[in-house]
Design a protein around this ligand. Structure first.
Ligand code: UDX
Length: 433
């Protein structure tokens, strides 16, 4: 397993759980050290228990030395493909480095399996690198669809398994070897789609683009509800009952963030443009714009409830992670809004059950409190920006005793509006009266 981030660490532990002998490699010694001690380098529910479980079997080892992969037959490439510093395209530096380093250690029957999210066309290019280094070795593309917060469950019980393989006998061999790797989930009847490289690469970005579009669609409806006096949560329930639409991923609010959806739709636009098909995914620019407008709208709403200016106001921000059950702050809508309010002169105190350390590193100028009651104390406005269970279940009566003014902005439509208004709070939300 090359790369031990959110994807690779979970995949490594999960493959060991399935009975395979796994060697995990990462250039980051601190990650390797943590995993060697059975500790997760990041917050992910269930991962530490899984590491303890597989630790006892001795089937998972971790190293910083790529040479230790020699002897493995299947090599998963799980390194990151972040957004480039100078544009929308994916930065393939880590994938290219991992594959060219790995190529030096490949055996003639080895299978290299790409899992990273890459621009379409990358697999074919990397297949040449692999074949150039070791003519017998084969490359397959096996996109990963795990969600943070559910990563262990999604890896062990995925919705589907997709292999992109070369044509002919080499493709059959690659698929047969992957069938051995995934024998347990496949035996549970999980659908398996065997296809070519470009389709496998596109499946991943198409899925993420669809999910992002679904979220921005409902957030666009929230904009309409705001001007027309409607309620987007009821609208989502009502359209979601149509099985062709479905209620999941129709939660209106601050919009999407994280290490995947935002950068994947941008990289997709960039790649489609390179291929001369930019028009086909031009709508993703709107998806991105709608998403960003929600953050601006939240800042405007805070300004409005604070009487036209946030300067000097004490604002309690509940949530820094891009979503609950994660300590990931990459492109976090919550932290972005907190930072914008800070720039406008508000005295922002952020609390989050798991993400404070990461948030402090990114936005050191904000104030942080681990305890939600400390964050609420003397606040002029409370903003719920990540829907952690701890925040959803806050007692509005107790919270009301701590703040200076009972004004709550529900950025995720996560609170019980009736309970909060009954406790004397002015309740405002995105897309609702
Ligand atoms: C996503 C995909 O779901 C996953 O399949 C892929 O492998 C990686 O990218 P993840 O980034 O972990 O997973 O988070 P996800 O649960 O998809 O949420 C993404 C963002 O959308 C979060 O910021 C979340 O708060 C937001 N969201 C989600 C909404 O605003 N509304 C919704 O209805 C759902």
């Amino acid at each position: 397993m090359i790369g031990l981030g959110y994807l690779g660490a979970v995949h490594a532990a999960s493959m060991a759980k399935l009975g395979h002998d796994v060697v995990g490699v990462d250039v980051d010694a601190s990650k390797v050290e943590a995993l060697a001690a059975g500790k997760s380098p990041f917050f992910e529910p269930g991962l530490e228990d899984l590491l303890t479980e597989v630790g006892e079997t001795g089937r998972l080892s971790v190293t910083t030395d790529m040479a230790d992969v020699a002897g493995a037959r299947v090599h998963f490439v799980c390194v990151g493909t972040p957004q480039s510093a100078d544009g929308y395209a994916a930065d393939l530096t880590y994938v290219d480095a991992a594959v060219s380093e790995l190529a030096k250690h490949l055996g003639p029957d080895d299978l290299v399996v790409g899992k990273s999210t890459v621009p379409v066309g990358t697999a074919a290019r990397l297949a040449d690198v692999v074949a150039g280094a070791q003519p017998g070795a084969i490359l397959a593309w096996n996109p990963e669809f795990l969600r943070e917060g559910f990563a262990v469950k999604d890896t062990l019980h995925p919705d589907r398994i997709v292999y992109g393989v070369p044509d002919g006998e080499r493709g059959e061999r690659a698929a047969a070897l992957l069938d051995e790797v995934y024998a347990t989930p496949l035996s549970e009847g999980i659908p398996r789609i065997v296809t070519d490289y470009p389709t496998a690469e596109l499946v991943k970005v198409a899925a993420n683009s669809f999910l992002a579009t679904k979220i921005s669609f409902i957030n666009a409806m929230a904009e309409l509800c705001e001007v027309a006096g409607g309620d987007v949560t009821q609208l989502a329930d009502a359209i979601g009952h149509d099985a062709r639409i479905g209620r999941r991923f129709l939660n209106a609010g601050l919009g999407f963030g994280g290490g995947c959806l935002p950068k994947d739709i941008r990289a997709f636009m960039a790649r489609a443009g390179e291929l001369g098909a930019g028009d086909a995914v031009e709508f993703l620019a709107d998806v991105d714009d709608i998403n960003n407008r929600r953050r601006a709208r939240m800042v405007d709403l805070a300004t409005e409830v604070l009487g036209g200016s946030v300067e000097g106001a004490r604002i309690a921000v509940l949530g820094a992670a891009f979503k609950p059950d994660s300590d990931d702050i990459r492109d976090s809508p919550a932290l972005d809004v907190a930072a914008r309010l800070g720039q406008l002169g508000a005295r922002v105190t952020v609390t989050d059950p798991e993400a404070i350390e990461n948030a402090r590193r990114r936005q050191p100028q904000l104030h942080y409190e681990q305890d939600v009651e400390d964050a609420l104390r003397d606040a002029d406005a409370v903003l719920v920006l990540t829907e952690w269970r701890q925040f959803r279940e806050l007692d509005p009566v107790r919270a009301g005793e701590l703040v200076a003014r009972r004004t709550v902005l529900d950025g995720r439509n996560a609170l019980d509006r009736e309970a909060w208004t009954a406790a004397g709070w002015t309740y405002r939300a995105l897309g609702r009266r």
